[in-house]
Ligand binder design. Sequence first.
Ligand code: SF4
Length: 402
Amino acid sequence: MITRKKTRQVQVGKVGVGGDAPVSIQSMTTTKTSDVDGTLAQIYALRGAGCDIVRCTCNEIAAAEGLAQIVPRSPLPIVADIHFQYKLALAAMEAGVSALRLNPGNIRKPEQIKIVAREAKDRGIPIRIGVNAGSLDPALYEKYGGATPEALVESATKELAYFQEVDFEDVKISVKASNVVLMVESYRLLSETVDYPLHLGVTEAGPLPNGLIKSVAGIGTLLNEGIGDTIRFSLTADPIEEAKAGRTLLEALGLRERSGLDLIACPSCGRTEIDVIDVAAKAQALLEDKNIPLQIAIMGCVVNGPGEAREADLGIAAGRGKGHLFVKGHVVRVVPEDEMVEALLAEAIAIMEEGIEARIAKAEVGAQEESQATREQLLEIQGLDANRSTEKINKIHDLVND
Ligand code: SF4
């Protein structure tokens, strides 16, 4: 179990960040903020994908006007992303946003920063100090000979000092970089330096799958060390993918309860009776939007499938043209192979309505025996060593000893 580092808590609308609040998931809309209906449609889709907080750019007056119409209708708290123009931060607060994100690399005048902080303090709005290695203040870049962890953390603490001068403490901080090692080391240093809540992210991580891998490497490493209070995957992809990835990572680390489907599948081997990749893709397509918070397994054979996936809530294992549906390792039904994905959905819905124990109690008479008979037939046909490992090992010995 991960022990999280204790941080202060700030409130972004109804969502607590830091302290005892669960690690929250953020994403950013890709629409023009002036496109009110388009932005709201994306925000609703993000909420459906598990997002907790959404950021919208506020880069022009029309965007601030858009925020004034989006905020009252949004199901999620909105953070306004501000670059260069401090007056747009004031405009976004007037529009009713729940938080701001400022980049110290591009709003550098202390007086302007303090004006924004004073206004945020009066309105009870938190601000994220969003340091980015790519837009670091040139003076710090020169001082440290590049974007180092020390330079990124100094940029954040310098901004923090301006906030503290006006007695503003309602702060979250991020020190993002596209270089994963730099990002991880910067957050570690920041976490030792301050107790403000930290927003984690690998910036400009890129398209799938590389962006996902880099983000998981950086964010996952830190979360596993107890660092981080809110996360964002910055992918060059539909923001829905960002929210889904964030939720999956938090659920995998035990930092959030499962809210949706966790589809697992065996890698397949010499015993497989089906195209596992194809069946898993069909199951994913059929199940993923149904709001089913179960772990469901797709297993290539009934010889080992129900046993290997006995921890799954529900699963299917193939064998001799049939699908063997199992609940917590107990085979409850046997269906024709071409009906097994639909049968999986029907059983998942039944589990949601009746519970796991009730479904095990309602197992079809003879299902367990039928699957056992198929298992024995397959073992007879394939032998104990369907992957021909022993034969291969013997050949290796022959080769080496020749
Ligand atoms: S033994 Fe069966 S369940 Fe296990 S990997 Fe091979 S096909 Fe999949």
